[in-house]
Ligand binder design. Sequence first.
Ligand code: SAM
Length: 239
Amino acid sequence: MTTPWVSDPLLEQLAYYRARAAEYDEWWLRQGRYDRGAALNAEWFAEADQVRAALAAFHPAGRVLEFACGTGLWSERLLASAEHLTCLDGSPEMLALNQARLRSPNVDYIQANLFEWQPVARYDAVFFGFWLSHVPPERFAAFWDLVAACLAPGGRVFFVDSRHEPSSTAVDHRLPEREATTLRRRLNDGREFQIYKLFYEPAELTRRLNDLGWRFEARQTEHYFLYGSGSRADSLKPS
Ligand SMILES: C[S@@+](CC[C@H](N)C(=O)[O-])C[C@H]1O[C@@H](n2cnc3c(N)ncnc32)[C@H](O)[C@@H]1O
């Protein structure tokens, strides 16, 4: 089953996540179509713990902004050290699930399209999980300009995303070769959508971000995750 009514690829991508909201966590929890058996699931969870430890060491404090927050799998981690968290997502369904998970007076929500939105405040840290891979290649530089525009002086960014690994997705998803920029995703009810999905190598991503004026370092876990942190090279910490 396909979704012929959606003609803009970025709208189709958002439509996919809106429709997937209620079943989204199955991926992270390795349930249903995402269950790859005890050994691979254990590897997944161990590597996820590694990224969580890196995020805790990064210590997102002060005013924190999360792009594409989804159901809140990372928001609750951010809330552990943030003074105030702003969660942004294009999907009202995702935002409702996030709100139900966090139930915190220290969080506010923005429903917006990240390809159009501009910040009206500045943040000490910006975080995005599994979002960079959904930014079309021709929007890469503009996206990082947006991140820069969200940061207060001395502000920092942390991200996590997927490595090109077939067992990181559902058993009925086909992972195209790593150079492809789009792929098809299926929901539990069989509906299919085309989305952007780009896979970066840590060294290449680090180099590209350094070229764009970031002081940045990307790393990877053994199989599943790419992550990294940095700041603008020209951004001075407030004294
Ligand atoms: C792969 S999910 C990541 C969710 C969450 N960050 C996590 O790691 O669990 C991508 C998220 O991007 C949101 N999204 C998709 N298109 C968007 C857009 N144009 N603007 C803002 N959010 C968008 C989806 O609703 C979804 O919550």
